[in-house]
Design a protein around this ligand. Sequence first.
Ligand SMILES: [Zn+2]
Length: 401
Amino acid sequence: MAVSSADRLAGIVGVGERDTLMFPTALNLPAGHPLNVADIEPRSGIWHRGDPALQTAWLDCRMRSAVLSTDGFRRLVTDGWINPPANRARFTLIYTPGETPGYSAWWVGQQEAQPADLEVSGRPDLGWAQLEPGWPVNVLRAMRVAVIGVGSIGAAAAEVLAGYGIGTLALVDPDRLLSHNLIRHPLTARDLGRTKVAGLADHLRRTWPETAVEPLALDAVVDADRIRPMLKECALVVCAADGVTPRRVVSHLARHARIPAVLACVLEDGEIGEVLRLQPWPSRGCLTCQREHLAGSGGFDPEPALDAPYGLGSDDRPMTAVAGDLHLVGTLAAKSAVATLLERAGHHDQILPGDHLLLALRPRTDLPPPADLRRTGDQRWLQVGPPVPGCPTCDPDTGPR
Ligand SMILES: [Zn+2]
């Protein structure tokens, strides 16, 4: 066993029978795990086959902080017994084929057998399968979702999408992770200087190994010709790109690809979070149309301020939104995206109250309706209006074909 005394932790790194060679076991621990650098103690334990009652006794003893007598323990061991040494308790693993649990771990001394906590690594029944049947794992595993813009909001959205069980994520962003990003971005200094998509892809592969991740260091505007065919392979696109132009381009490309788009941002210097879902339907307009409807009804038009919506951290554009608020908006965007996909797949418990969410993060000013939210946490759900006549994205004469 590899033994880390400081952590009171041991891992089985090799097994053998009697005096035969030791065969290594696969612990598959991540880099930096204490057991990777722990002391190796050869022949430090023993394993037996045991009666099913011994596995039940293990569960029972741990629950009640109880022990078994070594005599009682020995009677439930079904293969050859070797007395423990006189001067110390011996680590003993009990295996019972076909039982749940199939393994139990004990410290066995001359007088008593004390249960030890046990973790079996590499179990094939873990992962998304644990969420079945309560969560539609197989529906979401088949989905490919693009996330365009993986700054503080988009990276948080990507992480949550993977947690919901989206099978494939295409990450699109040309930017590199810089020191001033770290205060709000989910990535850490280990990825400084790398493209955000490369760092995030590695992070997601570590955290959510069942999600396939495709990092694409592309710009939504400059590389629109390469993003257009990619979106046709996606079920939905989440856009958290900064700035007016990339958001309009994604709105346009998604409608042409006939897939829903979920656009997430913060408005008015971080006062309000916005999650806007665009459906590629004749009855629903695009981003530009929705802004026109809002401007026409209440005068609320946040787009001009969107090119630096939550500050850049420079002297003239101080940061105006914090990580928690940005991650919250990213999480809501991911929830909106997954709800959209599941509603389309027939899960009627995932119907959203509307297409357009405004969420008060730090309401300080008197914005015109519908952005007149008074208390932090206030939410307003709006509907998306129809296409505006002549819109170059929505008009069937110039739009999708
Ligand atoms: Zn339009």
